[in-house]
Design a protein around this ligand. Structure first.
Ligand code: NAD
Length: 368
């Protein structure tokens, strides 16, 4: 059940419900924390079983975005939106334009982007009504598909992990078990192939399997359940969340878990178990932040060079988190949260200072 006590406990600032019966719009936007900047996070469309499920999802996802932006060094807060409905039946131009007009009314406290079941064509409708949207098509000055940047960031995370575990960042000759050959998985497969890794992969979609084979010739296909048993150096989950769980964790033979999927650990305790087993876990919400970094620069003028440079910082940040984890003898997932929370707390403290008449928070009156 939705209560203010839950919002207090998790630190959410604002939850907005938008409805428009004319186009069957039912949307919820959650703004978690705007200490570092406007809340940025995608809009997801999903046929939720209940209102409670939708609220649970939007609260959880918006908080995750705060941590992702903070640890990635972005000047953004965390927010997320969900549209309740069946993406195969309920989408319309009117629905997305109505949603865009509501977004405009938030005056930039929340900026949206693509997420599950929301594509660039939906974003274009939203963009007709508001400028508070990213992930816009390149033809309209946007940054286009974020997946190649997400994949590049995951690869940087793999290099940082290899440096830590094997003493060299090179992936040459490393064996990678890649789960999910979709948008990110395919780009990651191509980079791994070009860098001399040996790839085992799995997927349940024939078309994606074929596309993957084109970019990573020589990669070996295995069954969906067999991917956990592969004798490999790196397990790279790029399909679903929660695949490091009670059923899989004892099967894993990898020395590193590093992939694009969100929320890879079924529960935090699985992060502790990985540490006990001496399996290095690359923090998922940092290493998959390449897509967020990419859209974050749309407002200042997107360029491939700028996006690539930002994404490459993931190597150094991942290395710093490994160090923090080791120095404090805490699992990587805890070290990542700690780093994000420290940054937000520090910035919160400096914001209390009055900036005088030149301050943007209180512009003051003009002299007569
Ligand atoms: P996608 O839908 O394009 O690809 C996912 C792939 O996983 C599909 O090919 C699907 O068939 C496959 N799959 C589904 N269930 C499977 C199973 N049981 N076994 C094997 N394969 C299975 O999604 P994507 O954009 O590539 O994203 C992949 C993951 O990365 C998701 O968890 C997503 O949330 C996360 N992520 C993506 C981005 C991005 O830029 N796209 C950014 C951050 C995080």
């Amino acid at each position: 059940m939705f209560t203010f006590e839950k919002l207090y406990a998790e630190g959410h600032e604002e939850v907005v419900f938008f409805s428009d019966a004319s186009c069957n719009l039912k949307a919820i936007i959650a703004i978690h924390d705007t200490t570092l900047g406007p809340a940025l996070g995608g809009t997801r469309m999903w046929n939720y079983k209940s209102m409670d499920d939708a609220i649970y999802d939007v609260l959880r996802l918006s908080k995750g975005m705060t941590y992702k932006a903070a640890v990635s060094g972005l000047n953004l807060g965390g927010g997320k939106a969900v549209i309740l409905g069946d993406p195969t039946k309920d989408k319309s131009e009117a629905l997305f334009r109505s949603y865009g007009r509501f977004l405009e009314s938030l005056n930039g406290r929340y900026i949206t982007a693509e997420d599950v079941n929301i594509g660039v064509e939906d974003i274009e409708h939203i963009f007709t009504e508001t400028s508070y949207v990213t992930g816009v098509a390149k033809t309209h000055g946007g940054s286009g598909n974020p997946s190649p940047y997400t994949a590049r960031g995951v690869f940087r995370g793999m290099e940082a992990s290899c440096s830590k575990v094997f003493g060299t960042r090179s992936l040459k000759g490393k064996v990678v078990a890649l789960q999910g050959a979709g948008s990110v998985g395919r780009h990651l497969g191509e980079i791994l192939h070009n860098n001399g890794a040996k790839i085992f992969f799995t997927d349940i979609n024939e078309k994606n399997i074929e596309l993957f084979r084109e970019v990573a010739p020589g990669a070996e296909l295995v069954g969906p359940e067999d991917i956990y048993d592969i004798n490999c150096d790196i397990y790279a989950p790029c399909a679903l969340g929660a695949t490091v769980n009670d059923n899989t964790i004892d099967k894993l033979k990898a020395k590193i878990v590093c992939g694009a999927a969100n929320n890879q650990l079924a529960e935090p305790r699985h992060g502790d178990i990985l540490m006990e087993k001496n399996i290095l876990y690359a923090p998922d919400y940092l290493i998959n932040a390449g897509g967020l970094m990419n859209v974050s620069i749309e407002f200042e003028g997107w360029s491939d060079t700028k996006a690539t440079r930002m994404v490459d910082t993931i190597y150094d940040t991942t290395t710093k988190i490994f160090k923090l984890s080791e120095e404090n003898n805490i699992p990587v997932y805890k070290a990542t949260d700690l780093m994000a929370e420290k940054r937000i707390d520090a910035i919160k403290k400096i914001q209390g200072r009055y900036l005088g008449n030149i301050g943007h928070r209180f512009p003051g009156r003009k002299k007569r």
